[in-house]
Design a protein around this ligand. Structure first.
Ligand SMILES: *[C@@H]1O[C@H](CO)[C@@H](O)[C@H](O)[C@H]1NC(C)=O
Ligand SMILES: *[C@@H]1O[C@H](CO)[C@@H](O)[C@H](O)[C@H]1NC(C)=O
Ligand SMILES: *[C@@H]1O[C@H](CO)[C@@H](O)[C@H](O)[C@H]1NC(C)=O
Ligand SMILES: *[C@@H]1O[C@H](CO)[C@@H](O)[C@H](O)[C@H]1NC(C)=O
Ligand SMILES: *[C@@H]1O[C@H](CO)[C@@H](O)[C@H](O)[C@H]1NC(C)=O
Length: 143
């Protein structure tokens, strides 16, 4: 009987180990509950940039917008990582129709004047790391 019990324990740990390892690898939070994260978080910056690209693809503006401030951010581990972000986006000097604008970070913001604009938005971005894919599922801005 002793042998069987040991075997069961061993196989239980064998099953748990990858889960524990994955949990600690991603941080000490409970899986499934959203937690506040730093505005400097690397994954967050990528997610925010992807959301801005999503916004630009949908907008009718002649210029590209880019993230200008992150007001608050949360991360939730569910089938990848979900980011919930309150942010500001601002109009840049890069025109959409120019093809040399692939790097949004290098687009300067509009100087003070008629074209200067900043909008407050909320976005939800799902990063599926094993598919190397980013999906912007929500992007709402204050009218
Ligand atoms: C832009 O939007 C179009 C139509 O909604 C979509 O087919 C295309 O994949 C989008 N491109 C990017 C880079 O999101
Ligand atoms: C998370 O951040 C929000 C503001 O963005 C704050 O109201 C809340 O108290 C924070 N929660 C924790 C657990 O720090
Ligand atoms: C992008 O192209 C436009 C028009 O072709 C040009 O006026 C602008 O200077 C270019 N910007 C950069 C950063 O090369
Ligand atoms: C985009 O531009 C920024 C600022 O100019 C630069 O730091 C960054 O390395 C560039 N990224 C790519 C992929 O070229
Ligand atoms: C993930 O995608 C990015 C940009 O789309 C690419 O630069 C990178 O090489 C990809 N990584 C993997 C592991 O496929």
């Amino acid at each position: 009987m002793m042998g069987l019990r040991t075997l069961l324990l061993v196989s239980l740990f064998a099953a748990l180990e990858p889960m524990l390892a994955a949990g600690s690898h991603r941080g000490r939070s409970m899986p499934g509950s959203p937690v506040n994260i730093s505005r400097e978080d690397r994954g967050l910056r990528r997610a925010v940039l992807a959301a801005a690209q999503f916004f630009n693809n949908q907008s009718n503006d002649a210029f590209l917008f880019k993230p200008s401030a992150v007001l608050g951010a949360q991360r939730q581990i569910i089938k990848g990582i979900r980011y919930f972000v309150d942010l500001e986006i601002s109009r840049t000097v890069c025109r959409k129709r120019d093809d040399n604008n692939s790097n949004l970070s290098s687009c300067d913001l509009q100087p003070a004047g008629r074209l200067q604009q900043t909008i407050q938005c909320h976005t939800e971005v799902w990063v599926i790391s094993w598919q190397n894919a980013t999906r912007t599922q929500v992007f709402h801005c204050r009218a």
